[in-house]
Ligand binder design. Structure first.
Ligand SMILES: CCCCCC/C=C\CC(=O)SCCNC(=O)CCNC(=O)[C@H](O)C(C)(C)COP(=O)(O)OP(=O)(O)OC[C@H]1O[C@@H](n2cnc3c(N)ncnc32)[C@H](O)[C@@H]1OP(=O)(O)O
Length: 476
């Protein structure tokens, strides 16, 4: 195994990656996802077995592809077809995913798919990986991963694509997104899903170091929700599922409202070729940026229908949408002007993303605004000088600053042109009535920094709700 992995890295994952991303963006469009899935399923013996209990509405999907349930194109195709069938079967409300193999849930993406293959095949493969995640994470069924063995990389992605994870209490089993250890950069949606599961810091550490966690450690960081003796993994999943299915409207509210963080736009009623995952995964960012622009956050952008207009739906959804996805569709490394060693994947890809998120003030957070030049590799591209260049200073401050700036109508970077006093709140450069404080109804002692740093965070979140972004509606 080690040889396979070493060879894979040696023969150029980066080349494969670039081939794949090019192909994904320009590849042929998929007329019907279902049709294309069926077309490319060439396997003979089933790698997936599904049993649906019509009395409970719960299906158990068993992965049975020795030796390690690696996610090959055939495997993924079969997996997606089965998922799609269950999704369309209204009697099925819950899905449990498990493995028939001893010791392994899934070894993740099939390494053999990742070198020595034609660009077309790589494109198909990568599309299938995305489809697997989109279908799973976007499922209307309650989903539980019954992890009865090791689950590295893509296996972990599959697990965190589910609503709940029960793992065999065996310290020899491991789980995690270890791609970095293989010289592969986990795509942003792997990262987002991990962040949703374990939080920012744990995800950052995990991805930068490519960590695999033993079952007990995985429980500690929240990567799995429960450990049970190996022979009870499935029965516990079945018991747990009944709790999920007992939640009123489980297929809608509780399930969706909290999960849409990453997938939000696939939920927006788009049809036809727009379903093509590669298309979506790359475009969603740009589209969502639009949604995050104050004054343009209208529902019509998302194709939502009446029932989706319910406030609770939107309050949760748009809030996370605008924060999470308020990433300029272009905050890739090329925009930051990074070169050479700065591409070091584990460090930059994960950190820059956070940084650029911070700078994601709609409409104004483009680097051209910051007048960046050569030195833009550092955080100085925000135009700040002197001691502000210190990295730790910026990484922590900019985050707060940008929240402040995210207040509609006041979040203009051109306003910043900060000088001297920019360490104070006046660094937004606002004057007179533009001062943010009068807008928010704050007075006197409320101007104090600590007050602001903590309050503005909440305020700006609130303001990101479409149609309600008016300060007058809030009594502070
Ligand atoms: C396309 C570019 C985009 C990249 C973005 C996403 C990137 C990556 C996501 C991934 O999922 S990459 C895959 C990462 N997977 C791993 O690191 C897991 C590696 N495997 C293991 O750690 C172990 O095999 C195991 C799962 C813990 C099981 O251990 P066990 O001791 O039971 O079995 P082994 O002897 O190691 O393996 C048996 C047999 O299976 C082959 N194999 C294992 N993993 C894979 C795999 N991922 N793909 C293909 N084949 C795999 C292994 O070579 C052995 O084969 P033989 O030597 O018996 O022929």
């Amino acid at each position: 195994m080690a040889n396979v992995l070493r060879n894979s890295a040696k023969f150029g994952f980066s080349g494969v990656l670039s081939q794949l991303s090019i192909h994904s963006r320009h590849g042929r469009e998929c007329v019907s996802p279902c049709f294309s899935l069926q077309q490319r399923n060439n396997s003979t013996s089933p790698k997936i077995k599904v049993d649906l209990d019509s009395s409970t509405g719960v299906a158990v999907l068993r992965m049975q592809s020795p030796p390690v349930n690696s996610l090959s194109l055939d495997f993924l195709t079969e997996f997606c077809i089965n998922l799609e069938k269950l999704e369309m079967d209204r009697s099925c409300r819950g899905l449990i995913i498990t493995s028939t193999l001893s010791k392994v849930f899934s070894a993740g993406l099939d390494i053999m798919e990742m070198y020595g293959k034609s660009p077309e095949r790589c494109g198909e493969f990568w599309k299938a990986v995305q489809e697997m995640w989109l279908k799973l994470y976007g499922s209307n069924m309650a989903t539980i991963a019954a992890i009865n063995g090791s689950s590295p990389a893509g296996g972990c992605l599959m697990s965190i694509g589910c609503d709940y994870r029960i793992m065999a209490d065996n310290p020899r089993y491991s789980i995690g997104l270890n791609e970095t250890q293989l010289g592969i950069v986990a795509p942003f949606w792997f990262k987002d899903t991990l962040v949703n599961t374990v939080g920012n810091r744990a995800a950052e550490l995990s991805l930068e170091l490519g960590l695999l966690y033993s079952a007990p450690d995985a429980l500690k960081i929240g990567l799995v929700d429960q450990l049970v003796p190996e022979d009870q993994v499935l029965s516990t999943a079945q018991d747990t599922m009944s709790k999920w299915l007992a939640v009123p409207g489980q297929n809608t509210l509780s399930h969706w409202l909290y999960r849409v963080r990453t997938l939000s736009l696939s939920h927006t009623g788009c049809t036809g070729s727009e379903h093509s995952p590669s298309h979506w995964l790359y475009r969603v960012r740009t589209l969502s940026l639009t949604l995050a622009v104050p004054g343009q956050n209208t529902l019509s952008h998302t194709g939502c229908t009446r029932s989706e207009h319910s406030p609770s739906h939107w309050l949760y959804r748009v809030r996370t949408l605008s924060l999470t996805l308020a990433v300029p569709g272009q905050n890739t490394l090329s925009h930051t002007g990074c070169t050479g060693s700065e591409y070091s994947p584990s460090h930059w890809l994960y950190r820059v993303r956070i940084l650029s998120l911070t700078l994601a003030v709609p409409g104004q957070n483009t680097l051209p605004h910051t007048g960046c030049t050569g030195s833009e590799h550092s955080l100085s591209h925000t135009g700040c000088t002197g001691s502000e260049h210190s990295l730790s200073h910026w990484l922590y401050r900019v985050r707060i600053l940008s929240l402040t700036l995210a207040v509609p109508g006041q979040n203009t970077l051109p306003h910043t042109g900060c000088t001297g006093s920019e360490h104070s709140l006046s660094h937004t450069g606002c004057t007179g009535s533009e001062h943010t404080l009068p807008h928010t109804g704050c007075t006197g002692s409320e101007y104090s920094l600590s007050h602001w740093l903590y309050r503005v965070r909440t305020l700006s979140l609130t303001l990101a709700v479409p149609g309600q972004n008016t300060l007058s509606q809030y009594t502070l």
